[in-house]
Design a binder for this molecule. Structure first.
Ligand code: NAD
Length: 505
């Protein structure tokens, strides 16, 4: 498993402003999922290194918390420009370690860049409230104060966007941060971290430790960490939520998904079919907002052959090559899992309309973790391919007699991350958005990930914690509200006598 040849580059930790080599004995290979080439080795940080990162954050917080808004904002103005200037280079690292196509890798970085731009507007976002004359001569106002050292634990599927959901907003609010990227693809995250330091984030304000379960657990338990942001699977997120909450922290966990789209007979057919194919198979289905279930209502059930035909036109291959639509899965284990889910779906009675196992490949891609687009029809709740998050290029088609029945099916699924309705009826769209119990709702928009003016959210098993990443909600998450009530006296307003009632008047 782990190799240690000295010719393979190592991923560094960032502690107190210095990129340092870990002293650990435990390393993991970072592997190009399209070719199996080992790109680098990532350390599993030691407990002492986690402690040092948190201590650096705690020390830096003493001064960073008092840094003027303008100084904080200007760092993020510079940072967004540095990301723009380096987007091609970061995208090529991201594609090599994660597998998604180069244009999609740029999209991953761009969606994070938008959050950095938003962080540069922190002056408007972190404002308190003031009420004048709440009692005679008395004013009340609130301030949004940073919490201290915050931490982030991120998944493999968006190694640029999701770290950028976290540390820019936390730091812009005056906190310091310890980031633990996914151990499967931390290299593009680290390039973004280097640029953040170049943009002027002071030593100790941003720290990075690498590792898996034990480092994540150390973050959950650490007494000096005040808040934890987690994005990843429901199983791990639930564990992180419980463990970190028990240790007294604020926690937000954005977790797994099973995103359904309902297709009504009045939907624009051309637009809808193109949207479905892109949303189901882009990034090889490894998006938390990927479309994994289509519910065909009424006569749209006749659209299946055309959906399959369009899907067949997608090219599977190395994401670094122009013309590729569907890259590899992140690991051999992920490929094995997705293939066994496909076998299970066929065994459970769903109709395999398109089998993506053993896609045609050439050259070094023959070694890669490729599964091509796969479509099942006749899928029903109770089948494993419906009940579980597959996280691969597998689209399940179910049927429903009406919009009401389709909404009921979505609401009965445990997950509530994203959903979409395709229709030309405003009345149907309104009913859907009112009644569906899902965080992100798209109307003729297959992947409705909100821009940073809004916050990412989620419902039921897809989210734990009240406040979501970025947008306005995350400012509440990363700050503590303090309410100040004050009265200033001049000689003419000094009251006489003692008042023992609770009233302020
Ligand atoms: P994962 O849960 O396996 O890993 C996420 C993070 O948790 C990683 O940093 C990993 O090192 C750490 N981790 C893994 N096992 C752990 C354990 N036992 N204890 C503590 N920490 C542990 O997720 P993944 O496979 O990297 O990412 C895919 C999952 O993320 C999918 O379920 C997807 O839906 C979800 N996701 C959700 C969103 C969202 O916003 N809702 C966004 C992206 C991805």
């Amino acid at each position: 498993m782990p190799t240690t040849p000295s010719t393979i580059p190592t991923v560094k930790l960032l502690i107190a402003g210095k990129f340092i080599e870990s002293q650990t004995t435990e390393w993991r290979d970072i592997v190009n999922p399209a070719t199996q080439q080992v790109l680098a080795r990532v350390p599993m940080a030691t407990p002492a290194e986690v402690d040092a990162a948190v201590a650096a954050g705690k020390e830096a917080f003493k001064t960073w918390r008092h840094t003027p808004i303008g100084v904080r904002a200007r760092i993020f103005l510079k940072y967004q420009q540095l990301i723009r200037d380096n987007i091609k280079e970061i995208a090529s690292i991201l594609t090599a370690e994660q597998g998604k196509t180069l244009p999609d890798a740029e999209g991953d970085i761009f969606r994070g860049l938008e959050v950095v731009e938003h962080a540069a507007n922190i002056g408007n976002l972190q404002m308190g409230e003031l009420a004048n004359n709440v009692a005679t001569g008395v004013d009340t106002y609130t301030v949004q104060q940073p919490l201290g050292v915050c931490a982030g634990i991120t998944p493999f599927n968006f190694p640029a966007m999701i770290p950028l959901w976290m540390f820019p907003m936390a730091i812009a609010c005056g906190n310091t941060f310890v980031l633990k990227p996914s151990e499967q693809d931390p290299m593009s995250t680290m390039r973004l971290v280097e640029l953040a330091i170049e943009a002027g984030i002071p030593p100790g304000v941003l720290n990075v430790v690498h590792g898996g379960e034990s480092v994540a657990n150390a973050i959950c338990d650490h007494a000096d960490i005040k808040a934890v942001s987690f994005v990843g699977s429901t199983r791990v997120g639930t564990h992180v939520y419980n463990r970190a909450s028990l240790a007294g922290k604020r926690v937000q966990c954005m977790m797994g998904a099973k995103n359904h789209a309902i297709i009504l007979p009045d939907a624009h057919k051309e637009q809808t079919l193109n949207s479905l194919v892109g949303a189901a198979f882009g990034a090889a289905g490894q998006r938390c907002m990927a479309l994994s279930v289509v519910i065909l209502v009424g006569e749209t059930q006749a659209w299946i052959p055309e959906l399959v035909a369009r899907t067949r036109t997608l090219t599977v291959g190395n994401g670094a090559l122009a013309g590729t639509d569907v890259g590899p899965l992140i690991s051999c284990a992920a490929k094995d899992r997705v293939e066994s889910m496909i076998a299970r779906g066929a065994g459970e009675g769903a109709k395999l309309e398109l089998d993506g196992r053993l896609p045609p490949l050439t050259g070094s891609a023959r070694e890669g973790n490729f599964v091509g687009p796969t479509i099942f029809s006749g899928v029903k709740p109770g089948m494993a391919i419906y009940d579980q998050e597959v996280f691969g290029p597998v689209l399940c088609i179910a049927e429903a007699p009406s919009l009401e029945a389709a909404i009921a099916m979505i609401n009965a699924n445990p997950n509530g991350n994203g959903t979409a309705l395709f229709t030309q009826s405003g009345a149907a769209a309104r009913k859907f958005q009112e009644e569906v119990d899902v965080g992100q709702v798209g109307i003729n928009v297959p992947i409705p990930v909100p821009v940073p003016l809004f916050s990412f959210t989620g419902s039921r098993a897809s989210k734990l914690g009240d406040l979501g990443p970025y947008g306005k909600q995350v400012v509440m998450f990363y700050t503590q509200t303090k309410t100040i009530t004050e009265r200033w006296f001049d000689d003419s307003s000094v009251s006489t006598g003692v008042n023992t009632t609770i009233s302020l008047r």
